[in-house]
Design a protein around this ligand. Structure first.
Ligand code: G3H
Ligand code: ZN
Length: 282
């Protein structure tokens, strides 16, 4: 089916208490793995491309790959820009057919984050494109527990941010950390609930590869509706590639190696869709 917006998949998730998986794609094999896995789970899915993935694959290529993959399956697929910081690229994504964009102004002063996020909403709305903003900051690995806490989203500021920007979904900093390879982070679930009450928006969790599963389930019950995974898919892709190459070190045709990497990513995506309570929701 044609691509759908983020709003279309998050509204039912928020009403029914599950979350939709947002999976970062870097190349053809990731796109195929994500869409095939979601189809097998009969789940709506968000395929997202970061600025780095767009630099790697090319904007038109990534757009068309996801569009074609979506057209062939009976589940809702969203094409989303992840962590858009470059306003020109955000504008290009809206123009070329992304159905959702994130503007990440999380490292800007609040007023500036509000001003630029509201500008992106102004561009996106007439095109029927959803917008995710971020308030507070989800850091990268290497930070202390105190630093993670200091960057968390304030519920009162979130209420103002939601009101003054008109975004469709809000990325929150509630204890997760980007690029963790072990599931050790525990989320501040009462804070998730407070932000949800203050904003009434579907909330987005970043850095989800490193979150303990029980904590993730509780956060979904408290209002998280979109859950982003990148690192755990990269770990799966690399493992598949390394194992296949180790089994046939003299091979010249790369396709068997890439096919194994794709299978590993698809398995990881299916497990996570299941964890989010999203299986069978399409
Ligand atoms: O924006 C992407 C996500 O927040 C991914 O985080 O790499 O820690 O899974 P992760
Ligand atoms: Zn992120």
């Amino acid at each position: 089916m044609p691509l759908v917006t983020l709003r279309e998949v998050l509204v039912p998730a928020a009403e029914q208490g599950y979350a939709v998986g947002a999976f970062n794609a870097n190349n053809l094999e990731y796109v195929q793995a994500i869409v095939t896995a979601a189809t097998a789970e009969r789940a709506p899915v968000i395929v997202q491309a970061s600025q780095g993935a767009i630099r790697h694959a090319g904007l038109a290529h990534i757009t068309e790959m996801v569009r074609v993959a979506a057209r062939e399956v009976p589940i809702p697929v969203v094409l989303h820009l992840d962590h858009g910081r470059d306003l020109e690229l955000v504008r290009q994504c809206i123009e070329i057919g992304f159905t959702s964009v994130m503007f990440d102004g999380s490292d800007l002063p609040l007023e500036e984050n509000i001003r630029l996020t509201a500008r992106v909403v102004e561009w996106a709305r007439p095109a029927g494109v959803s917008v995710e903003g971020e308030l507070g900051r989800v850091p990268r690995v290497g930070v202390t527990a105190e630093e993670v806490r200091a960057l968390m989203t304030d519920p009162d500021e979130a209420a103002r941010f939601a009101r003054e920007t008109g975004i469709d979904a809000l990325a929150v900093a509630v204890g997760s950390v980007h690029q963790m390879t072990q599931q050790r982070a525990v989320l501040d679930v009462p804070r998730v609930a407070a932000i949800r009450r203050a904003t009434a928006l579907p909330l987005v969790l970043h850095g989800s590869s490193g979150v303990a599963e029980d904590s993730l389930r509780e956060a979904i019950r408290a209002g998280i509706c979109k859950v982003n995974f990148a690192t755990s898919l990269n770990v799966a892709f690399r493992r598949g590639l390394a194992e296949a190459m180790a089994e046939d070190p003299a091979g010249v045709d790369p396709r068997p190696y890439l096919a194994r990497a794709r299978e590993e990513v698809a398995t990881a995506v299916r497990e996570r869709i299941h964890l989010l309570g999203c299986s069978g929701r399409a």
